[in-house]
Design a binder for this molecule. Structure first.
Ligand code: ZN
Length: 447
């Protein structure tokens, strides 16, 4: 059974499911106002691997990930570009999916857009006002965090410390009773998009969007809520607090993925000028190299992304492709149960992908020395279906190259070595690696 570190309990726990065999998961998706960067790519890959592995291990998975298509940053960009927030959101959402598609990240089963759920958000805010767990401040409706006894469950430290940190923001938001209270509804400012509400037109706060969409699509007590570690507090805590205040069962487990850092462990940020755009990264590297690089680092740890680490992962992918071609015949064979079990054991242990990858590389060395096709089959299946990293298959060799190879076999059979050597040189010049096997000349593309 899959065990995951749960941010709410601080322990690795069995992923007990609401309904046996069915994993329901919600992951906070993109706020679409700018190009995705390397960190977004890792984030997409972590949840993609979890989803694929859950399926590989026999679960059916329902995966919901939202698109935040209304937000301060979207409005600001629209104003700067003299266009509409809807247009900004559409442009950057398309760019987001294009990058995720290139990474091989599967599209979610549902991608709810915040603007399509505003009515339901108004309902939730209204019910929280009715029960006095929310109040109207000067510029919006605020949630009273004091109304939730265990508020701060997902916070990284004691609430008093967070309160001290949050105090700075208080003066900016009018009428907040506590620095930890947050906006459920922002009253409209001139020129901003707004929706009607009994307490005044405006737009929902970000924390309200996710709780409404997650509960609407996955229902009470869904299995797993995930996101980047920077979202655990306050975003996820605030989602959870609203659900609790509304008397709804929320996520049974909380999982968070780590950040991406530059070489030397330096944080990547716009202000340091060391961010890497995802499109740029994918323009210069095999997308599978980035997936492998992510797999080689535990999902909760910071991942170093640099030309050096990407380059090393790219060379490792070439080795995987060579394996896929050399043992293409294994695709027709039953996979070895022992390798599958060792792979699953690592993955089940809080998604230990570095351990799982080590199991596969180990098995690959074993196949190279002993040639067991069942082991090769298990390896290929785990890379492709368990981890989402497709390997090259048997290369398609064009007929003229095959004809040259057959001619070379005939020359060798006739012990015409100079003719055989000339044909080898001809094939090499055409970009083929020529190997002598018991079954005759074998060709694979030189890289
Ligand atoms: Zn969210």
């Amino acid at each position: 059974m899959l065990r995951l570190y749960d941010t709410a309990t601080g322990r690795v726990e069995d992923l007990g499911l609401r309904r046996a065999g069915e994993l329901s998961m919600y992951v906070c998706g993109a706020t679409v106002y700018a190009e995705a960067h390397a960190g977004h790519g890792r984030f997409g890959l972590v949840w993609d691997v979890l989803r694929r592995y859950a399926r590989w291990s026999g679960l059916s998975v329902r995966f919901v990930s939202n698109v935040t298509d209304i937000d301060d940053k979207i409005i600001a960009r629209a104003a700067a570009e003299s266009t509409s927030p809807a247009e900004v959101a559409a442009t950057w959402e398309a760019s987001w999916w294009e990058s995720m598609d290139r990474l091989g990240v599967g599209r979610p089963d549902e991608t709810p857009h915040a603007t399509a759920y505003v009515e339901r958000m108004v309902e939730l805010v209204g019910s929280l006002l009715d029960s006095e767990k929310a109040y109207l401040g000067g510029d919006g409706v605020y949630f009273s965090t004091a109304s939730v006894p265990d508020y701060g469950l997902l916070a990284p430290g004691p609430l008093e410390q967070l309160q001290a940190g949050a105090r700075v923001e208080v003066s900016e938001e009018a009428g907040k009773r506590s620095p930890l209270d947050f906006a459920l509804w922002k009253l409209a400012k001139p020129g901003e998009p707004s929706w009607p509400a009994p307490w005044g037109a405006g737009r929902p706060g970000w924390h309200t969007e996710c709780v409404v969409m997650a509960l609407d699509l996955l229902g009470d007590g869904f299995d797993l809520h995930g996101g980047g570690v920077d979202l655990a507090f306050p975003h996820h805590e605030n989602e959870r607090a609203q659900a609790e205040a509304a008397g709804r069962g929320f996520a049974r487990h909380w999982a968070h993925s780590g950040m991406v850092v530059a070489a030397g462990g330096e944080k990547m940020s716009k202000s340091l000028g060391n961010t890497m755009s995802l499109a740029g990264l994918l323009g210069s590297h095999d997308p599978r190299a980035y997936r492998l690089l992510c797999l080689q680092c535990h999902y909760r740890r910071p991942l170093t992304v640099s030309p050096a680490t990407l380059g090393a992962a790219g060379r490792a992918v070439e080795g995987l492709d060579a394996f896929g071609r050399d043992f293409a015949a294994a695709r027709e064979v039953d996979p070895d149960a022992g390798v599958r079990a060792r792979f699953a054991e690592a993955m089940d242990d809080d998604l230990d992908t570095p351990g799982a990858v080590a199991v596969l590389f180990d098995a690959m060395r074993q196949v190279r020395s002993a040639g067991d096709l069942g082991v090769a089959a298990a390896v290929i299946d785990a890379w492709e279906k368990g981890l989402g990293l497709p390997l090259a298959g048997e290369a398609e060799v064009p007929p003229e190259a095959l004809a040259r190879a057959a001619e070379r076999d005939a020359a060798r059979a006739a012990k015409d070595w100079s003719r055989a050597d000339a044909l080898r040189a001809e094939l090499a010049a055409a970009g083929w690696l020529v190997e002598d096997t018991p079954a005759g000349t074998k060709l694979r593309p030189a890289r």
